[in-house]
Design a protein around this ligand. Sequence first.
Ligand SMILES: CC(C)(COP(=O)(O)OP(=O)(O)OC[C@H]1O[C@@H](n2cnc3c(N)ncnc32)[C@H](O)[C@@H]1OP(=O)(O)O)[C@@H](O)C(=O)NCCC(=O)NCCS
Length: 287
Amino acid sequence: MNTVIREISTTDAGIAGHLAYEAFKSSADAHRFPLDFPSPEAGQEFAGLWINHPSIYGVAAEVAGRFVGSNFLTEQDPIRGVGPITVAPAIQASGIGRKLMEAVIERGKGAPGIRLVQDAFNTISMSLYASLGFEAREPLALMSGRPAGTVPEGITVRRMTDSDLAEAEALCVRVHRFPRTGELKDAVRGLQPFVAIRGGRMVGYASSVPMWQLNHGVAETEGDLCALLTGAGQQLNDPVSFLLPVRQAGLHRWALRSGFRMVKPMTLMTMGEYCEPRGAWFPSVLY
Ligand SMILES: CC(C)(COP(=O)(O)OP(=O)(O)OC[C@H]1O[C@@H](n2cnc3c(N)ncnc32)[C@H](O)[C@@H]1OP(=O)(O)O)[C@@H](O)C(=O)NCCC(=O)NCCS
């Protein structure tokens, strides 16, 4: 099969979003998990945002002139994030996903690292990414709920603003050794990021509390992270959702005690530099 890989363009948003809906639906339905994109329109809205973002690189796959798949690489920050990758269900398992992955790996080869999060039940994607050189780092549990309990005295939880970005960057670097300030700038503009303040300084942040796909967080301690999510949950109408790295056993037990329910298992996979985080944290769907 003659597959052409090319840069994605704005005019592809309709078909790319529709295929993202169909491809993820085929995988979720097969395993009876909820849909990541609940409708074709949700897929198209996402595709429009991602394709038009100045710091997100996208590729399209074509067979005989027909659009059959896409993949993306976020480039706002030093660590690159892959996804979502989609191949039309009728044409999966014929090598197109591998080509789409190779294209973004080539694009990201100058970066210190490339990372992604995959559905742990997806035997195809885990095998594909591992064979390309990605290493499984963390088992994750997607958790969703409205945390019960109260924020401990001495901690304040409030919305993040532009003036928090420098302190948030420093905290992220302390935990992960890499900044994610490009993403945080997007979050402050259109998402619902929160910070936790203790002793007059920032001890935690979460970048998009109700939307797990875009929600990454860091904190000095597990207690700070629990307080942050509890306080944010009290100020929002929507449930809190985040990808809990289950090796943080205390955080896991707290989430279950607080009323969170597990939605599905996922895996953080990385290529290139990786340091064990120093503090409490959770990744977005990118890393
Ligand atoms: C995941 C996805 C992008 C992969 O694309 P694809 O075109 O089907 O994949 P490819 O055919 O290029 O590659 C799959 C590879 O996995 C291997 N593979 C598949 N099932 C496997 C299994 N159970 N065990 C081991 N290897 C397996 C195949 O042999 C192939 O490897 P090869 O290139 O060495 O032959 C595609 O299936 C898809 O769109 N799925 C729905 C959306 C989705 O789940 N996206 C990813 C979210 S994590």
